[in-house]
Design a protein around this ligand. Structure first.
Ligand code: HPA
Length: 289
């Protein structure tokens, strides 16, 4: 059979099965997607099984420096995790739905929550490079949706409610862990553009008026797909630079990765603290909303 003719559900199942064949009966409860500079948390995973994306037929490959492109399955602070160390972006030319196969496979493996991290440009005037922002909501300025295409109830509902996409309880846990470490954690709205060019100053002004606090080139399609698959979502942006036009300086990928690397240790410590508390929350029976 021509593999390209497989539907999205089949591709996710094939990926889940290929992972299962490698990790045996491990049962990850939280899936992580690591953005620029945050790959270090994968090295904190104990008893880890690392598998490059290239071993999976349906996972699009990443070509961006700073994005490793490996799955890591292991335990962090006693929590079984699945990690996507490095992501492939829409601007690399892939179909948006294909870019969600990894998170969907993690949910199919049993992950009850997906933690999405990214590097982002700060739009809010309080943001400084190196700050962290917990995502409370998003604005999808990629103007494409990963659920576009044939309806498939096996993947999730046709019309997905997004009114509480970023989980309130998990946000509260992250905020508590940040406060315990005296880490400033902004709460804010993440806007996604398709990239790869950065925004113009006029676009940033428009985004601010629209209610965006930070901007990046990822995350929203993964949040949509994770919710679609039935997982809870928590998002963390590392503010790697001030968005275009705020300072009289050009933006560069080098600046983004350098800032992300500078504050990586602190961020990793925060996430290591977050994971066991989050796992406890996920073990709870959920009250009806
Ligand atoms: N804009 C878009 N994406 C980004 C930025 C930015 O300023 N910084 C890091 N990713």
């Amino acid at each position: 059979m021509n593999q390209n003719s497989l539907c999205l559900y089949d591709k996710v199942v094939a990926t889940r099965d290929a992972i299962r064949a490698r990790i045996g009966d491990r049962a990850p409860v939280i899936g992580l997607v690591l953005g620029s500079g945050l790959g270090g948390i994968a090295t904190a995973a104990e008893d880890a099984v690392t598998i490059p994306y290239t071993e999976f037929e349906h996972i699009p490959r990443s070509t961006v420096p700073g994005h490793a492109g490996t799955f890591v399955f292991g335990r962090i602070a006693g929590v079984d995790v699945a990690i996507m160390n490095g992501r492939t972006h829409y601007y690399e030319g892939h179909d948006l739905a294909d870019l969600t196969i990894g998170v969907r496979a993690m949910v199919m493996l049993g992950c009850k929550a997906i933690l999405l991290t990214n590097a982002a440009g700060g739009i809010h005037t309080d943001h400084r490079p190196g700050d962290l922002m917990c995502i409370t909501d998003h604005i999808n300025m990629q103007w494409v949706n990963p659920l576009r295409g044939p309806a498939d109830d096996r993947l999730g509902p046709r019309f997905l409610d997004m009114s509480l996409a970023y989980d309130r309880e998990l946000r509260g846990i992250l905020a508590k862990e940040a406060a315990a470490r005296k880490i400033k954690l902004h709460m804010g709205v993440y806007a996604a553009i398709s990239g790869p060019s950065y925004e113009t100053p006029a676009e940033i002004k428009a985004m601010r008026v629209m209610g965006a606090d930070a901007v990046g080139m990822s995350t929203v399609h993964e949040a949509i797909a994770s919710r679609h698959a039935g997982a809870r979502v928590i998002g963390l942006s590392l503010i790697s630079n001030l968005a275009a036009g705020i300072e009289d300086a050009a933006l560069s990928h080098e600046e983004v990765t350098a800032t992300a690397n500078r504050v990586a240790d602190r961020t990793i410590d925060l996430l290591v603290g977050f994971l066991p508390k989050a796992a406890k929350e996920l073990g709870k029976v959920r009250k009806k909303a």
